[in-house]
Design a protein around this ligand. Structure first.
Ligand SMILES: [Fe+2]
Length: 226
């Protein structure tokens, strides 16, 4: 399986704090059956460090070459006005230089109507993936989630959210309607926010077995190579 949301790239954001920590995370990934990881450090209106991230990524890839995991570079972009221009100018990163963009929003306040943001990325030719979509339910209602999909957005949910009642409620709603595209770790370290897909896997196996292969199998293995 591919993990498309991971703060495993060392010493670039609030994620992994060292190469050693990143190796620990990689080991967990291997144990969990992850065969490909997109490194998605935070970028936002102030942090547009594409070149620096590319440099760190190349170094990490070389030093981690003994792990049986394919590594890609991307970013988790906090949406702001002007994100399309910054993407067009190469200051922000898409996933493996494709048109897929992992984009996040405030989890507390409605700074922007998410379906509108998704629309503006879609019409600019990008394929937005809404990061940890279950975390916006405090201000985004059900029709808002439907609108994300109508506007060309894909939906990613976090594996650890399967263990948090309120977030699981939103995930259940989305899963039932076939609206979830990706389940990712959003891991930040090798302890409290590590890689653990076990609860999510059990849930999907029990309640949505037909989708299991899609989330945890080889379904997406090539989607970043096209
Ligand atoms: Fe994240």
């Amino acid at each position: 399986m591919i993990d498309i949301h991971s703060h495993i790239l060392p010493c670039v954001d609030d994620g992994s704090k060292s190469f050693d920590m990143s190796y620990n995370i990689l080991s967990s990934c291997v144990a969990e059956g992850v065969s490909a990881i997109v490194c998605t450090p935070h970028q936002n209106s102030k942090v547009q460090n594409a070149d620096a991230l590319r440099g760190r990524f190349e170094e990490f890839k070389q030093r981690a070459e003994n792990f049986p995991v394919k590594l890609y570079l991307g970013a988790e972009i906090y949406y702001f006005d002007g994100v399309v221009q910054a993407l067009n100018e190469g200051r922000l990163l898409t996933l493996n230089d494709t048109r897929y963009v992992l984009v996040e929003f405030s989890t507390r306040n409605e700074m922007v109507y998410i379906p509108d943001a998704v629309y503006s990325l879609s019409v600019a030719g990008y394929k937005p993936i809404v990061a940890h979509a279950e975390r916006y339910a405090s201000y985004l209602d059900k029709s808002g989630y439907a609108e994300i999909k109508e506007n060309g957005g894909l939906i990613q949910v976090n594996a650890p959210s399967f263990q948090i009642r309120e977030r699981l409620k939103t995930i259940k709603y989305l899963l039932k309607r076939g609206m979830v595209d990706f389940i990712a770790s959003d891991c930040h370290n090798d302890t409290s926010r590590g890689v653990d897909f076990s609860v999510a896997k059990n849930f999907v196996k029990r309640r949505h077995s037909r989708m299991y292969e899609r989330f945890f199998g080889s379904y997406y293995d090539d989607f970043l190579n096209n």
